[in-house]
Design a protein around this ligand. Structure first.
Ligand code: FAD
Length: 481
């Protein structure tokens, strides 16, 4: 870093997604006099609105994309800096931005999120969806498409398969059941009929308004690439029409892995089906499908590159920055939160990290608290929100609540499942280990989340109740009150 340091901030946060913005909010409210910088690649930040604590650990909120100036107006001691961070020097406690400016920090929190794992890089027919810009690029291509292939089996793939209309969808999944990041085969079976059913009319307006990006001021440079925006949130497809060029809708599942992808000119033409699609995809069962484009929805890679060179960060197996129970990385005075980090403390038996919206908020909030506590020399303990994994979302228009080891993660054969299912209405699965409830999947309006959450947190021995636990004629809430 040859350039002269412009200024040193007491706290510096990198990334204007949910983790970074929540960290800024927490620090500003705890130490209002603190000099804080938020360095972010895009001109917009993500703000949590309508936050609601549903139960002890479950939370719900909306997300709005706002110009970063809104945050500066709220916090007079905050300076928002663009463009992105290009490099970090942890020894000199400085960062350099893409336009060559250098800033110092006393404490830094990296919240740079992740980017989609793509099946193949730089192929115009392979799209990843991460932010508003890439969602719009997808929508544009979809409007001309007759057939697309969706690869992946997580939340994004599930939502896409349900939301896309007017286009044939080939869904390539490597697992035996759909949605295996969140569900087991039973829950998948419960959800599949929704793919063929008519979708309910959507009356709700888009909850996350999109502000137009202002032109950069004359002379100012701006870096804003598809990869550098914040990740979209739970309602990312609301307000964008996901409609292809055809009428009608077909979803097909192929329980296969996808090792190869190549433009059609690279193939032996004699082996191809008649017709010319822009791209063909070969699945491991040997079948080839032509399509207009492929959506790669196979997870994210933590955005760590600008921070690694010349530093000594410990990285986890999933390439995230390792953080301890104070959200600290292996480098002094450097914290990390959200999708970019990997929680490497000893987890509570009922919690696991998943790169989700709620965890980005919780980690950003807790990182802010830890940074403040360290500066104020106050003790701080791991927050209660990391006691029990909990997540509320919607899939195929059903409310979905996931609690604890909802898919018996890490339990081996040492567990028992209880399932109650009413077709088209609800699916309830409970995971028991040693007679205690350790996880649950609740699909539909079950109203069981609070009671089950308590049973998990209390670790009450439920052996004597057996299958009665899910007896629909027993008011379980009353029962355990
Ligand atoms: P991000 O939101 O990715 O923010 C990272 C920020 O860092 C951005 O502002 C970016 O501009 C900035 N940045 C990156 N590099 C640099 C740099 N070098 N210098 C400066 N700034 C930088 N989660 C759910 O819980 N429920 C869902 O239903 C759900 N659906 C999703 C649907 C889609 C299509 C996607 C892509 C994700 C979805 N997620 C969902 C996941 C969720 O969006 C992420 O877990 C969450 O947004 C992560 O927040 P973050 O703040 O860590 O990172």
């Amino acid at each position: 870093m040859a350039h002269k340091k412009e200024k040193t901030f007491q706290f510096m946060i990198v990334g204007g997604g949910i983790a970074g913005v929540t960290c800024v909010e927490q620090l500003s409210s705890q130490i209002p006099s603190a000099d804080i910088a938020l360095i972010t690649a895009g001109s917009h930040i993500k703000a949590v609105t309508n936050y609601k604590q549903v139960s002890k650990t479950l939370e719900e909120f909306d997300v709005e994309e706002r110009p970063s100036s809104v945050l500066e107006a709220r916090f007079p001691n905050l300076t928002v800096i663009h463009p992105a961070v290009k490099s970090l020097n942890t020894q000199s406690h400085t960062v350099e931005t893409a336009d060559g400016r250098v800033f110092g920090y006393e404490k830094l929190c990296i919240c740079s999120g992740g980017r989609p794992k793509l099946l193949t890089q730089d192929n115009p027919y392979v799209l990843g969806i991460r932010d508003t810009d890439s969602a719009q690029a997808f929508q544009k291509q979809l409007s001309k498409a007759k057939r697309i292939v969706i690869v992946g089996n997580g939340g994004i793939a599930l939502e896409l398969v349900y939301e896309v209309e007017g286009c044939e969808v080939i869904w390539a999944v490597k697992d035996k059941a759909i949605g295996n990041t969140f569900f087991d085969a039973g829950a998948a079976q419960f959800l599949i009929p929704s793919l063929e059913a008519d979708k309910p009319e959507r009356a709700a307006p888009c909850r996350r308004p999109r502000y137009t990006t202002e032109e950069p001021a004359a002379g100012a440079s701006q870096t804003f690439t598809a990869e550098s925006g914040s990740a979209l949130g739970p309602d990312w497809h609301e307000g964008i029409v996901l409609r292809g060029a055809e009428t009608g809708f077909v979803a097909r599942t192929h329980p296969l892995t996808v090792p190869f992808l190549f433009p059609f000119h690279a193939l032996n033409f004699s082996s191809l089906p008649v017709g010319t699609w822009p791209v063909y995809i070969l699945l491991t069962n040997g079948k080839t499908f032509g399509c207009d484009f492929v959506v790669s929805a196979t997870g994210v890679v933590p955005n760590t590159e600008p921070f690694l060179h010349g530093n000594n960060f410990a990285l986890a197996d999933d390439a995230g920055l390792q953080v301890d129970d104070h959200m600290m990385t292996s480098e002094p005075d450097v914290y990390a939160a959200g999708d970019v980090c990997t929680a490497c403390w000893e987890h509570s038996p009922l919690w696991q990290q998943m790169r989700l919206w709620t965890q980005a908020r919780q980690m950003g909030w807790y990182a802010g608290r830890c940074m403040a506590a360290h500066v104020l020399s106050e003790p701080i303990e791991l927050d209660f929100c990391f006691e029990l994994f909990s997540h509320i979302t919607k899939f195929f228009n059903y409310k979905v609540v996931l609690l604890g080891k909802f898919n018996a993660q890490g339990l081996g054969p040492n567990h028992e499942l209880l399932v109650r299912c009413t077709k088209g209405q609800e699916y309830v699965k409970v995971v028991l280990s040693g007679g205690k409830m350790v996880g649950a999947v609740l699909i539909g309006e079950t109203d069981l989340e609070e009671t089950f959450e308590n049973l998990m947190l209390n670790q009450m021995d439920l052996t004597q109740y057996g299958e009665e636990l899910l007896n629909p004629n027993i008011d379980i809430e009353d029962y355990f009150d």
